[in-house]
Design a protein around this ligand. Structure first.
Ligand code: LLP
Length: 401
């Protein structure tokens, strides 16, 4: 009887939920801003990585700009208080409504990904009697040495204007009186752990800058995108990425002229380690080949393992040790609904598991497939994780008697 009551009351902690360590986010932002020693370097945050209000507010308070890829992201950035001059819009398929919104707010730059787009942007800018600031997003054909599904800067990828089309793009933009070419933009991919691809990107950017200069075009800003990776295998070994070494690459290899600024669009490296997905074990079942730990979080809450075979470290918050092997899987009727195999202490129903490094591309990619509820956000400023979980245990014990 008591046991039954206990089980029932355990349901009172609604899982799964995202837990955000705002102190770690603050420290990451602090380290990042301290690593920027060049006054001409300006960092934007790629909102797509995590668009929770409190996360965005913290990031804005540290003086970053906003990199948006949709009209709704622009609206969100404005609502949080980012200045239009600190907002850029990218994306290979911007709708007329999104362009209208960007132009009516006079955002810093529209990153244009095709020659075809220029005419549309010009028409909308003309209607607003405005000059739209354009940056050409260029595909530099640089290998980011990361997962192919998050590689964006190769010839085979849909992104950006090919370098071979650059001259034609310049010819086109010069014909439009409501467009001003102010910059160039690159983004070669995400979760990049070696700094070599960034060095290669700088060489390509230098060539582009020279080519445009030869045509009499001075660029006010060079946007090198984002992509700096984080340590998923052993997050505690590096909770904060090495921003110093990252920025040094651009300091060393990018040839800048007086008056040129460099823009960065970091997403994962800012928020990745600050978020975890907390889930409860529903059942432990003996399979033919492995023991399954079936948890109440699924690919609807964290898509990365299903989409990219991504590894996220999993810890049992209820017990210590690491002596049994489990295949941790979600409740959804898809074989790709798995978080991978891992060693855990002897795990049982009701244990809390923490799936680490889920702050970036976690909650934003969630869906309500199977009509499941979406995981809510809990913040370290309101409660520690231990408190949050153990408070609910107290409720359980009190009521069990
Ligand atoms: N700028 C542009 C134009 C981008 O497309 C992206 C990310 C970023 C900046 C930020 O990149 P970051 O610093 O976060 O690497 N869902 C995938 C990642 C997709 C990245 C898309 N673009 C994942 O979960 O790994």
């Amino acid at each position: 009887m008591t046991q039954n009551l206990k089980l029932k009351l355990k349901m009172s902690v609604r899982t799964p939920f995202y837990y955000y360590d705002l102190a770690l986010l603050e420290n990451t932002l602090q380290s990042m801003t301290e690593a920027v020693t060049n006054p001409n370097f300006k960092v934007h945050y790629a909102i797509k990585a995590n668009a929770e209000d409190r996360i965005l507010q913290t990031i804005k308070d540290h003086g970053l700009g906003a990199d948006c890829v949709s009209g709704n992201e622009i609206k969100k950035a404005l609502e949080i208080g980012f200045e239009p001059q600190d907002i850029v819009l990218a994306g290979i398929g911007k709708s007329d409504e999104e362009l209208d919104l960007a132009i009516s707010h006079g955002i810093h730059s529209i990153n244009c990904e095709s020659i075809e787009e220029l005419e549309v942007i010009n028409e909308i800018a003309e209607r607003h009697n405005a000059i739209a600031n354009i940056a050409f997003r260029i595909n530099p054909n640089v290998d980011a040495q990361t997962h192919h599904k998050i590689t964006t800067g190769l010839n085979e990828n849909k992104f950006g204007i090919p370098i071979t089309e650059l001259d034609a793009a310049v010819d086109e933009i010069l014909q439009h009186k409501n467009l001003a070419l102010k910059g160039i933009h690159f983004h070669i991919g995400s979760q990049i752990l070696s700094l070599n691809p960034f060095a290669n990107l700088c060489q390509q950017a230098n060539n582009v800058i020279d080519n445009l200069k030869a045509r009499g075009i001075f660029l006010e800003h060079i946007n090198v995108g984002g992509g700096l990776g984080i340590n998923y295998t052993d997050p505690d070994a590096q909770l904060i990425p090495n921003f110093i070494e990252y920025f040094k690459v651009f300091e060393k290899f990018l040839r800048l002229e007086k008056g040129q600024t460099v823009h960065f669009e970091l997403g994962r490296s800012i928020v990745g380690q600050a978020g975890s997905l907390i889930s409860k074990v529903l059942y432990v079942k003996k399979g033919a080949n492995s023991n399954f730990a079936i948890i109440d979080a699924g690919m609807t809450d964290l898509m990365r393992p299903a989409l990219y075979n991504a590894f996220h470290k999993i810890e049992n918050l209820t017990k210590d040790g690491n002596n049994e092997s489990y295949h941790v899987v979600g409740p959804i009727c898809e074989s790709s609904d798995t978080f991978g195999k891992t060693d855990l202490p002897k795990t049982s129903r009701g244990d809390f598991l923490m799936i680490r490094s889920a702050g970036a591309y976690g909650q934003v990619l969630s869906s309500n497939y199977n009509l499941r509820d979406r995981a809510e956000s809990i913040y370290s400023d309101d409660t520690t994780l231990e408190e949050y979980i153990s408070n609910s245990k107290e409720v359980l014990e009190e009521q069990a008697f």
